[in-house]
Design a protein around this ligand. Structure first.
Ligand SMILES: Cc1ncc(COP(=O)(O)O)c(C=O)c1O
Length: 361
């Protein structure tokens, strides 16, 4: 008989924790984890396959531990005069964030974020032995600069997470908040721009704040706008000295030769990979308008998903949609559900299902 978890000599601080657990179900319409539901275009997929095939010829050797070509690719993609010394990457931005926490949090230290925010921040924090501190947002989930600075000064954390725009609410975050929070702490400030490409085109990124801020980190991912979630590639930009700190905690050769080849090839096709962003934004806005017409209250969103309130019983509505073949996310916010913008057909299927749930419940 296999032992129970309680019977194993598990670390005390991990006892009682639950793993990340977005339901995985083989439903026809999966709009629950903010993926890009548009597949990689065939011509790009062919080029990526060629690059992987080439990398396979040398797979008997360890890969470039410094993933030099890939870092150059990210620096070029991000612009803002960034160079490869300012870039780090790992298997998804989750691992990038884990590296930051391993280097700057850990036992006896704390990390802070404004709740509700990305559910992995507390899990990643606690897994390094650090404690999670939750700050608060206004009732519309916005955060203002002076309140944010006061909360951060009060909490005095070692690492601050600013999710911009925020998951699971979609809420944008002003650069003034980032500046104020940076000035209010001696800790590392991580601006998580996982969804930045879905923001209005003329919006400034936190990358513009990097000069002379050696404790500022801006993280991004290829999982969302780049339609590359399955490849697991995330990255960040920061001062070269902070990047050096991350080398202390990463596993040697953490990015496989195949991952590096695939990501570099995808980056060479950035405009094509990002081609669907406008279409996704159009579907997102269609969701907001339609759920509002159905009597729900969508929150402002600069991401590829919509959080909507006014749901009398989220668990029942979630199940009713599930029974209609549509998987969305109950993120645990009372009276709210979150849905990812899909293709036009998927979005239509979700909206039709939601309309039919409304009329039957
Ligand atoms: C805000 C935010 N950051 C980071 C991630 C992690 O993305 P990945 O590890 O796929 O790069 C996600 C995924 O949903 C997210 O919502």
């Amino acid at each position: 008989m296999s032992p129970r978890l309680e019977d194993l000599p598990l670390r005390d601080d991990l006892r009682g924790m639950t793993p990340y657990g977005a339901p995985q179900a083989p439903l026809p319409i999966a709009l629950n984890v903010n993926e890009n539901t548009h597949p990689v275009p065939q011509d790009v997929a062919d080029d990526i396959m060629d690059s992987i095939a080439l990398a396979l010829r040398d797979v008997n050797r360890y890969p470039d531990r410094e993933f030099t070509a890939l870092r150059e690719g990210f620096a070029d993609y991000l612009g803002h005069g960034l160079t490869r010394e300012q870039i780090w990457a790992a298997n998804g931005s989750n691992e990038v964030l884990q590296h930051v926490l391993q280097a700057f949090a850990g036992p006896g230290r704390t990390a802070f974020g404004f709740a509700p925010t990305y559910s992995m921040y507390p899990l990643l924090t606690r897994a390094t032995g650090a404690s999670w501190l939750a700050g608060t947002r206004a009732s519309d989930y916005s955060v203002d600069a002076s309140d944010a600075a006061a909360q951060v000064a009060d909490a005095a954390p070692d690492v601050v997470f600013l999710c911009a725009p925020n998951n699971p609410t979609g809420t944008p975050l002003g650069l003034d908040v980032i500046e104020a929070v940076y000035d209010a702490t001696d800790g590392v400030v991580v601006v998580d721009e996982a969804y930045f490409e879905f923001a209005p085109r003329d919006e400034r990124s936190a990358l513009t704040l990097l000069p002379n801020r050696e404790r500022l980190v801006v993280s991004r991912t290829m999982s969302k706008a780049f339609a590359f979630a399955g490849a697991r590639v995330g990255y960040l930009a920061a001062d070269p000295t902070l990047i050096d700190a991350l080398r202390l905690v990463r596993l040697p050769y953490h990015l496989s030769a195949l991952t590096q080849a695939a990501a570099s090839a995808a980056l060479r096709h950035a405009p094509t990979m990002l081609r669907m962003v406008d279409e996704i934004v159009a579907q997102r806005d269609r969701i907001s308008a339609t759920v509002e017409a159905l009597g729900y209250t969508p929150h402002e969103t600069w991401t590829n998903f919509v959080l909507f309130g006014g749901v009398a019983d989220p668990a029942t509505t979630w199940q009713a949609l599930y029974d209609r073949g549509v998987l969305i996310r109950d993120v645990g916010i009372p009276n709210h559900l979150r849905v990812t913008a899909g293709t036009e057909e998927e979005t239509t299927a979700f909206l039709d299902a939601l309309a039919s749930v409304g009329s039957t419940s």
